[in-house]
Design a protein around this ligand. Structure first.
Ligand SMILES: Nc1ncnc2c1ncn2[C@@H]1O[C@H](COP(=O)(O)OP(=O)(O)OP(=O)(O)O)[C@@H](O)[C@H]1O
Length: 223
């Protein structure tokens, strides 16, 4: 179970906006986060990851407090067991596919997970290639596998598929759903694509001007 309560003043092109959000996410849920540009979706992911500090609020993940403004608790990003994938692939260009995954390992972690993940995403044959030689979809598969290396408690996906063509998108959607199912991974997916959310998530949170305006079944919301 993840309990989120964030409050923060944001400053954008249209002036100030107060982000005020609260929700519970069950362990193993895949939740879509949908809303217009500038609503605060990426800010929420950044606060979950510890990359942006809320002014007040609380965040507990599976019983562990990651942020509490009253208790002055604010775990550093590296102490939060989170996997993140963004629209940009953000792979290390000078490392091979395998090295990109090995780099993400904890020092005491068994390396077998790297080969298992490479096989799961169907890239074991490209393990010794550099990212520059891969297609966009393959790079994003590597980014997804890298995010899984430490077996995160929470997977944050910020528009991970929006740079890909339709075929690669469909392919990656399947991998994300497969990872989510196999690892019972709590996943938050930001997407502008209503059909993508309907296909992948059983629940959508709709964010408008920093506040949740809908929380429920995507097919009821999108019609
Ligand atoms: N560190 C910050 N401090 C204050 N305001 C910020 C900060 N970072 C971003 N903002 C502002 O917060 C607002 C929400 O931005 P955010 O990127 O979270 O929206 P979004 O819903 O993810 O938009 P998009 O769909 O376009 O990515 C924007 O107006 C942005 O300028």
């Amino acid at each position: 179970m993840i309990d989120i309560e964030f409050s923060k003043q944001l400053f954008g092109s249209e002036g100030k906006m107060h982000l005020q959000t609260a929700c519970h996410i069950n362990k193993g849920e895949l939740v879509g986060l949908y809303g217009p540009s500038g609503a605060g979706k990426s800010s929420i992911l950044r606060m979950l990851a510890g990359l942006m500090k809320p002014e007040s609020g609380k965040l507990t993940v599976e019983g562990e407090t990651w942020f509490d403004s009253r208790e002055k608790i604010n775990l550093k990003p590296q102490k939060r067991n989170i996997g993140m994938v963004f629209q940009e692939y953000s792979l290390f260009p000078n490392m091979t596919v395998r090295e990109n995954l090995v780099f993400a390992l904890n020092s005491n972690q068994n390396r077998q997970i790297v080969d298992d993940l490479l096989e799961m995403i169907g890239l074991d044959k490209l393990a010794n290639k550099r990212p520059a030689l891969l297609s966009g979809g393959q790079k994003q598969r590597v980014a997804l596998a890298r995010a899984m290396v430490r077996k995160p408690k929470l997977l944050l996906l910020d528009e991970p598929l929006s740079a890909l063509d339709m075929e690669m998108r469909a392919n990656l959607q399947q991998y994300i759903v497969q990872f989510h199912r196999n690892f019972e991974l709590t996943t938050l997916l930001v997407s502008h694509d209503a059909s993508e959310i309907q296909r992948m998530a059983k629940r959508v949170l709709v964010l408008e001007k920093g506040c949740f305006t809908y929380d429920g079944d995507p097919s009821r919301f999108f019609g």
